[in-house]
Design a protein around this ligand. Sequence first.
Ligand code: BGC
Length: 751
Amino acid sequence: MKGIKHMTRQQINDKANDLLSKLTLPEKVAQIMQLSYAHMDEKERRMWIERGIGSLLHVMGSDAQRFQDMTLETKHKIPLIFGIDCVRGHAMNPKATVFPCCLGMASSFNTELVERACEIAAREVTEDALHMVFSPVLCLGRDTRWGRVDETFGEDPYLSGELGAAMVKGYQGNGEMRKDTGVIACAKHYLAHGESMGGRDSYDVVLTHRKILEVFAPPYKKVVDAGCKSIMTAYQTIDGLPCTANKWLLKDLLRDEMGFEGFVITDWDNTGRLVWQQFASPDMRHAAKTAIEAGNDMIMSTPDFYEAAISMVENGELDESVVDESVLRVLKVKLEMDLFGEKRSQFHNIKNPSMACEEHLKINEELTNQTVVMLENKNNTLPLSKDIRKIAVIGPNADCISSQYGDWTFYTHPLPDFTKVPETVNITIWDGIKSIAEKSNIKAELTKWDGPVSVYYRGEAPDPNDIQSLHRAADTSDIKNANQNLPDINKILKNCEGADVVIAVIGDDPTLNGEERDRANLDLPEAQQKMLEAVKEAGHKLIIVGITGKPLTVKWAKENADAMLWTFCPGAYGGSAVAGVLFGEKNPSARLPISFPLHVGQLPVYYNQLPGWHGGKYIDLPKESLYTFGYGLSYSEFEYTGLECPGRIKAESTEDINISVTVTNKSNMDGTTVAQLYFRDMVSTISTPVKQFKGFKRVFLKAGESRKISMTLPMAELAIIDHNLQRIIEKGTFNLIVGDGKYLEKEFTVV
Ligand code: BGC
């Protein structure tokens, strides 16, 4: 494949307008629809191709290309754009490279590797004849009861924007669309999808325009600036108005203010939901008009939109020019991607497939190694000495690859006909420990968990290797029926006898995360808690490894574990990454992108809250979270000294603020510190957070090495959104806070 022909903007406009002028009204309406291949039979699919549908989702490989080839037989030969949920690599394809979940990736604080991962994902997606990935997810994980926290980059808007922009560059290319292997990114869910009241998925979000501009829009602005070609409208309402119907959000803010030029796609049947779920439109005809007039350009998974939109235009209730605008946007992206050219038949031309090739797996392994957060290490319990004689490995996630994967993979979203877990590289925690133990002549004993994978299911315990059994468990999960199959604790204790250390691998699993899987209780399942307590009571040295899709309330674990590691759905290499840290072959370098609550009643506990709580704590609980954003231990000890920044800065300045600090690795082990930069705006006309994260840098230092590093703080980051919704920089004092665990502070003044 020779590559994309980059057309000029003018050529793209002319060609798109020319095509538009040839389309009938029904062809235009079909062009702005995306339907699920998996939800249609062959007859329906062909009917939609004849109608000139613009896009299909959830199809891949030869099936996708077969339909793409059919478009060459249609009147206008307009290519299809194929969309896929590739949120952590091309994870719905069991043969592809599946990266850690986004919360896991975010723990690395490594924009370069995340960008690289998405470049790989794009290449693999392209080899499946697809062009559009529903990623990055820019929702913030601030109410961790929400079921989709694992899809986010955590709680902070700055980190979310930086990693989101890195992903967009990885998928599309930095600047122009990458030749051959570029796919378009689709940032979602626009906007504030994670903010639903009570952590309830896609529910009521209460937000002011000012808060939107301050917290939730900035990550989108960053992906728009990175050239993101599409954006997905969120399901929920904001202040009662469904996002699908929100002109201010989709047009004024996104297009006029942020300068977005791609197309907006709804989430799954958002248009239908206006009628059957949100009761905001009386029927599909009005819903179609509302959705398209509000600024949605492509309608996902609402087949009835077709008749409805046509009828609205024919009756003069919807202006055809509104439909035209959306068609033009979709066509322009197709032209820009060269879908009319060589890219259209890319699948036929693949000579050397790279799906899960060695190079891709290596990057995955490297990234996964950077996602293990060390939360506790009392009395230097870790790294484990290779002189120990016996290790007992217990707990439901010790040898459970489906928990390691988590949501939005082929485990949870299998395409039709897919049932068995593929035989690829899959290293469970047990595999990882065993492999190192064997090399070092340590006896490692795995005690199979004979309780449920989690306790929130009823009936048969799911077999983590059987996709269908996992689905059955998820469909019937029910907290009322919890604890039916408590593990045999005596058996567990027996196997722990004589062990120098017990490694308990605990956490959640795919039945406890995902869409419509919100939780009101974030405790460890009771059976797991009981197991931990019994092991501790028996006097064992206890190392806890948490594998979850979100932070859990693990106060007991914090207080009682001799050491604790945590990793958010790390995927295939989770086992080697964790074992590497346990035995000191790797020095942990991940930090938390999200805070852990002490108790669910404390939520929200995100670090960047406003000051001013009378009393500053609950009468029955402290204010502090259990672990806070940015926290994570290392085997090395880092010291930050000599923080420097200009003392006075002109408010009108547009230049970045240059900051420097000296970092020293005071230990005898090479390691990586994540230098974190925060500031506090000391006095402003609106209340601002106690601390705002505004920069980070991974710094590798050899044992004993010292280095002066520089960081920059863009002037624009000092701005507040005032009560007239203006972004302004106010004069006054700012407190700069830089470090990793321990922080230096220095004031500067904006004059
Ligand atoms: C989810 C989206 C996803 C879409 C297509 C929706 O239910 O909210 O995140 O991209 O389905 O699978």
